[in-house]
Write a protein that binds this ligand. Structure first.
Ligand code: ARG
Length: 580
């Protein structure tokens, strides 16, 4: 999906408009950053215009550059081959940024997502198990997508489609009845029951039947089965919730597969009426054109399946929310399931099935020496968080000792948690979604490098500079005279980067690609750091300079960076510590 032009900043749009106006061609001109900043701030390719005018693109670009008259937003235009490179009026750029970040404006245009309703199914773990790798990544990516879509002004419903129904739950119950209640009865113990049951099944195939019987009891509403199931579900949810709390994640709707149980007869009747259900070896299936395997809807035993419940859930979401988009953040191993689900819905005549999207992702694993927290392919998320927190805590303590401010142990601990958790969250978001990645705990927790802690550290540094600056940067005090003091290339590089924030957020939301924002954030932090450290070599560039008016302008720009880092970190699901 391409980003809508309204996601572009004012200046980029002005550049595109200038090309349209001068050439007389109304096209959706793409605006990019020129390959080198010396060339200008916004490059517009003249290809579409050249085609319409039946001229060579460089000739069109030359004409645009020659006829361009400076405006309030753009100060100059030069042609480079088929591109016109526009220069922003820097004073106007700084003004706009300061207003957007410190003056109650917004770097992200809310108009982009206004009127949209986006359902996002994410995390959605199975009860009676720990969160596995793929749920961790779903949780982190889904949370970022919720925030990205909210940031552009969409109405978002974050949904946890808890896996709380199905034959495995019958097995857990049968095992519990067979071997008694483990002590303590936690998720690990419940999962052990399941594993033990599977093993017993291997040794004696008749055991399986006991599981089926218990699931049938559950589906038939047997009181004992319901009560046991409820207990397993509550224990599991408490476990999941403690992990969600660490990541500051909440859901707008926690609706497990079990919630769709009452609707399934109706769903099946509807599919049958539309001639979509056929019988196969005693089971009921939906045969789809061009699909090798049918969708299994009801087993031989008469129990319903994952796919059946997903049909019901999709319909529920449509009927309840009337979504513009309905996203499923689920590992790519379920690609076929979603392809068939959406196909089946389309065959049933639901046009809105085209609004449903599977957002697949690859695996992220933790490489390196520390493997103590892994059992099989399950990573105990909280144990990973604990390791990451342990890894960063000494740095936090050392840094706190360097700062004169009084920082309590509790505060250091809070920050270490924020940074340790942030490190893991960021490591899950940074690689392009569909890539498999092994990450190294030391690297992802390092304060220097492409890490969450690096971004958090940059944020804390911005806060500290403002504190040390000791100059007022309230928006009202940032008069045109003050802002006019800004303008060197280092300052402008930072400002130019900030101007892109809104478009990056909109693009990441449209493509469901949080890594775009991750990369942007690293670049912003890099530009900021280059600017700040340049002051060490060249006193004229120093942020905390003697000239108090200039200092005020520069510290205000630091404030704009801080506000943007904070917003970006928040969207990605990371905390932004003030001291680190
Ligand atoms: N519970 C499933 C699993 O653990 C994921 C559910 C995803 N959402 C959905 N509507 N199917 O694999």
């Amino acid at each position: 999906m391409s980003s809508s032009p309204s996601a572009q900043n004012l200046f980029a749009r002005a550049a595109a408009d200038a090309v349209a106006r001068i050439t007389g061609v109304a096209a959706d001109f793409k605006v990019e950053a020129p390959p080198r900043p010396e060339l200008g701030d916004f490059a517009v390719g003249c290809f579409a215009a050249a085609k319409a005018l039946k001229q060579a693109p460089p000739a069109v670009a030359a004409k645009v550059a020659a006829e361009f008259q400076p405006t309030e937003l753009l100060s100059a235009a030069t042609a480079t081959g088929p591109f016109v490179n526009f220069r922003a009026n820097r004073a106007a750029g700084f003004r706009w940024l300061i207003d957007a970040t410190l003056g109650g404006g917004a770097l992200v245009p809310q108009t982009v997502g206004a009127g949209q309703t986006v359902c996002i199914d994410f995390s959605s773990p199975n009860i009676s198990k720990h969160l596995a790798y793929h749920h961790i990544r779903s949780t982190v990516i889904g949370h970022a997508l919720v925030n990205l879509n909210r940031a552009i002004g969409a109405r978002v419903i974050g949904i946890n489609h808890l896996g709380d129904w199905g034959t495995t739950h019958g097995m857990v119950m049968a095992a519990y009845k067979k071997w008694g209640a483990p002590e303590p009865l936690d998720v690990t113990a419940i999962n052990d029951l399941y594993v033990r049951f599977r093993e017993a099944m291997k040794a004696d195939p008749t055991v399986e039947q006991e599981g089926r019987v218990w699931f049938k009891k559950l589906e038939d509403g047997d009181a004992e089965a319901r009560a046991l199931w409820q207990r397993f579900r509550d224990i599991s949810w408490a476990e999941f919730e403690s992990a969600y709390q660490m990541m500051d994640i909440t859901f707008d709707e926690v609706r497990g597969e079990s919630a769709y149980e009452p609707e399934l007869p109706g769903v099946l009747a509807m599919l049958r009426d539309k001639g979509l259900v056929s019988e196969s070896e005693g089971a009921q299936v939906a045969v789809l054109p061009d699909e090798k395997n049918p969708v299994l809807l009801v087993t031989r035993d008469g129990t319903t399946l994952y796919a059946t419940r997903d049909v019901a859930a999709a319909m529920y979401r449509w009927n309840t929310y009337g979504f513009t988009r309905s996203l499923y953040v689920v590992d790519r191993g379920q690609g076929l399931h979603f392809k068939q689900l959406f196909k089946l819905l389309a065959l049933a005549g639901y046009e809105w099935s085209s609004r449903c999207e599977h957002v697949p992702f690859g695996l992220v694993r933790i490489a390196g020496k520390k493997t103590g927290t892994r059992t099989g392919n399950i990573t105990l998320l909280k144990a990973v968080f604990a390791e990451a927190i342990d890894e960063v805590a000494p740095m936090m303590r050392a840094n706190a000792a360097k700062i004169d401010a009084q920082i309590s142990d509790a505060e250091i601990e809070r920050t270490a948690t924020m940074v340790g958790v942030g490190a893991i969250v960021f490591a899950n978001l940074l690689p392009q979604r569909e890539k498999d990645v092994d990450f190294d705990l030391e690297k992802v927790t390092s304060l220097s490098g492409d890490s969450g802690p690096y971004l958090q550290y940059s944020h804390a540094r911005c806060v500290s500079i403002q504190r040390k600056g000791g100059v007022p940067i309230e928006h009202a005090t940032l008069t045109p005279e003050v802002l006019a003091r800004l303008g060197n290339d280092h300052e402008w590089a930072v400002a130019r980067r900030l101007l892109d924030f809104g478009e990056i957020v909109a693009r990441a939301a449209a493509a469901s690609e949080p890594h775009l924002l991750c990369h942007y954030m690293l670049e912003l932090a890099g530009d900021f750091s280059r600017w700040y450290t340049a002051g060490n070599e060249d006193a004229g560039l120093r942020v905390l300079c003697e000239d108090l008016e200039l200092r005020r302008a520069r510290v205000a720009l630091v404030g704009a960076v801080q506000a943007t880092l904070k917003q970006g970190l928040g969207i990605l699901g990371l905390g932004a510590p003030d001291v680190m």
